[in-house]
Design a protein around this ligand. Structure first.
Ligand code: FES
Length: 153
């Protein structure tokens, strides 16, 4: 199949790439831009491992066509913080062991950070509901909720 020129703004940097017009944002991030912090679990919008921010709101990058997001501000886990300068949510996940294998963690954190700007109730159950699109196969949910709640305080 042929490729098309696409311009993507990721973590504040503009990238010009030539990609399959059907390429998803997820595959373009991982395979073309080599930003592999965003993970592919189901590739069908059901697990949340691929969660990124599009114009500040959370989105499943496996469901988005890159060619349709040329005007968008895309943020990935790499744009959130670094090991030396973690985002407060990243620090909270570390402090509260909000993971086991870590595969879902980027998505959990991206979702959690976006959630801070959403009208979510104060209780653990509210956080669980708000993060219900992010599946953790290890079942680290209690620690994930603890991390998010610590960051909200
Ligand atoms: Fe996108 Fe599972 S990989 S929701």
């Amino acid at each position: 199949a042929g490729t098309v020129p696409v311009t993507l703004k990721v973590n504040g940097t503009t990238h010009q790439v030539n990609i399959d017009p059907r390429a998803t944002v997820l595959d373009t991030l991982r395979e073309t831009l080599h930003l592999t912090g965003t993970k592919k679990g189901c590739d069908h919008g059901q697990c949340g491992a691929c969660t990124i921010h599009v114009n500040g709101k959370r989105a499943n990058s496996c469901l988005l066509f890159a060619a349709m997001h040329q005007d968008a501000e895309i943020t990935t886990i790499e744009g959130l913080g670094t090991p030396d300068h973690m985002h407060p949510m990243q620090a909270a996940f570390v402090e509260h062991d909000g993971y086991q294998c870590g595969y879902c963690t980027s998505g959990q954190i991206m979702s959690s950070v976006a959630m801070l700007k959403e009208p979510i109730g104060p209780h653990d159950a509210d956080v669980k509901e708000a993060l219900s699109g992010n599946i953790c196969r290890c079942g680290a949910y209690p620690n994930i909720v603890a991390a998010v709640q610590a960051c909200r305080r």
